[in-house]
Write a protein that binds this ligand. Structure first.
Ligand code: PLP
Length: 404
């Protein structure tokens, strides 16, 4: 079997060889526990963690002490939401979030609802975006937290984060931003963007899996959290557990490379996406872009192909590693909750595929991928009586084509 072309950069990214190289000594020689204070192995590990903290903070305009290491964004989200709810219980019990958030946020909110928290789920517009006015309208006296993601993992739509953050600061409400898909891809500055809590994950930015962090603002305002993990009191008591030193070093190197190469990476991903979409749109009709073309992550293209069924299309392109809807929910055949929230009909939602382009994608891969998609869609449409009718000019607006 030939290796498929990897076009699933929103699900995860390959580890950059430069990141791996930086990590290796921390498995082989410098394997100390960063909390060991009595010998050189511990000191060396601690030094590496300190340097990493500075590097990571630098990418997002934070200070090193504001970084709390976690096992990734899911854990950081749990710590942020549950930690805020517990700490600020006397202030209020209302959270505002979006129907289009990642399941890590939605399921944490569902958990909190069982414990008496009230959650407002805002519906995104047809492009998956929210407005600051919409958030303002949902604010209550007892709102303690707004959780709106920077960029959506399924469609790549980017929210007006800076404006939402400014609103939260005016209202004295904390603002948590899931920036897992945005950090390293677009400029993020927690000061200018008015963010109080932010999560990121190494495996989305060419680092290793299983490591990430939570940014917790220390000044104006100082954010306090109730820890969700009891133990040795690591990370200033906010997240106990022996630090994953190689992972943290890898996350930091990944951040450093993103900081240095952000513009180049973005230009590369945008050019490849444009090349891909141009080819596909030139060859196929009835293809829809899901998301906001004006405010979209550089490497993300979520397309719906009318008159074909998404799972059949995925099976028709076995040499492409892509995802239908979110990778995290692809085990179920439910239409994507994000597309549903945007008002995309079930038929088009089922025929949607997310293509993700990144640092190591080549033009040749994009061309071959586009050719394979075009050929598979054409083949499937040749089998579709409805598409036959469309070609003959019959108005199908009143026909439910999946019923056939
Ligand atoms: N939030 C978003 C927007 C994501 O894309 C992901 C990854 O799928 C997560 C959270 C969860 O991140 P992790 O895999 O680090 O737990």
């Amino acid at each position: 079997m030939t290796t498929p072309i990897y076009l699933d950069y929103q699900a995860t990214t390959p580890v950059d060889p430069r990141v791996l190289e930086t990590m290796l000594p921390y498995f082989q020689n410098a394997y100390g526990n960063a909390a060991s204070r009595s010998h050189a192995f511990g000191w060396e590990a601690e030094k590496a963690v300190d340097a990493a903290r500075g590097q990571i903070a630098s990418l997002i305009g934070a200070s090193p002490k504001e970084i709390v290491f976690t096992s990734g964004s899911t854990e950081a989200i749990n710590l942020a939401l549950k930690g805020v709810v517990e700490m600020y219980a006397s202030k209020g019990k209302h959270i505002i979030t979006s129907e289009a958030e990642h399941k890590a946020v939605l399921d944490t909110c569902k958990h909190l609802e069982k414990h008496g928290v009230e959650v407002t789920y805002l519906a995104p517009d047809s492009k998956g975006r929210h407005t600051v006015e919409q958030v303002a309208a949902a604010m209550r006296d007892d709102t303690i937290l707004v959780a709106i993601m920077w960029a959506n993992n399924e469609i790549g739509t980017i929210n007006p984060v800076r404006e939402i953050g400014a609103l939260c600061h005016d209202m004295g409400t904390l603002f948590f931003c899931d920036a897992t898909q945005a950090v390293g891809k677009v400029p993020v500055d927690v000061q200018a963007d008015n963010i109080d809590l932010l999560c990121m994950s190494a495996h989305k930015i060419y680092g290793p899996k299983g490591v990430g962090c939570l940014y917790v603002r220390r000044r104006n305002p100082r954010v306090r959290l109730v820890a969700q993990m009891d133990g040795g009191g690591h990370e200033r008591g906010m997240r106990s557990g022996t630090l994953n030193v190689p992972g943290i070093v890898g996350l930091a190197r990944a951040c450093e490379l993103c900081e240095q190469e952000l513009e180049q990476d973005a230009a590369h991903a945008i050019a490849l996406r444009a090349r891909f979409e141009k080819k596909v749109f030139a060859a196929l009709d009835h293809v829809h872009v899901n998301g906001d073309e004006e405010h979209r992550l550089p490497g993300c293209s979520n397309l719906s192909f009318a008159y074909v069924e998404g799972e059949s299309l995925i099976m028709g392109i076995p040499n492409l590693a892509v995802s239908s809807g979110s990778a995290c929910t692809s085990a179920s055949l439910e239409p994507s909750h994000v597309l549903q929230a945007m008002g995309v009909g079930d038929e088009l939602a089922h025929s949607s595929i997310r293509f993700g382009f990144g640092r190591f994608t080549t033009e040749d891969e994009v061309d071959r991928a586009a050719d394979q998609v075009i050929s598979a869609v054409n083949k499937l449409r040749d089998l579709s009586p409805l598409y036959e009718m469309v070609k003959e000019g019959i108005d199908l607006s009143t026909v439910n084509w999946t019923a056939h």
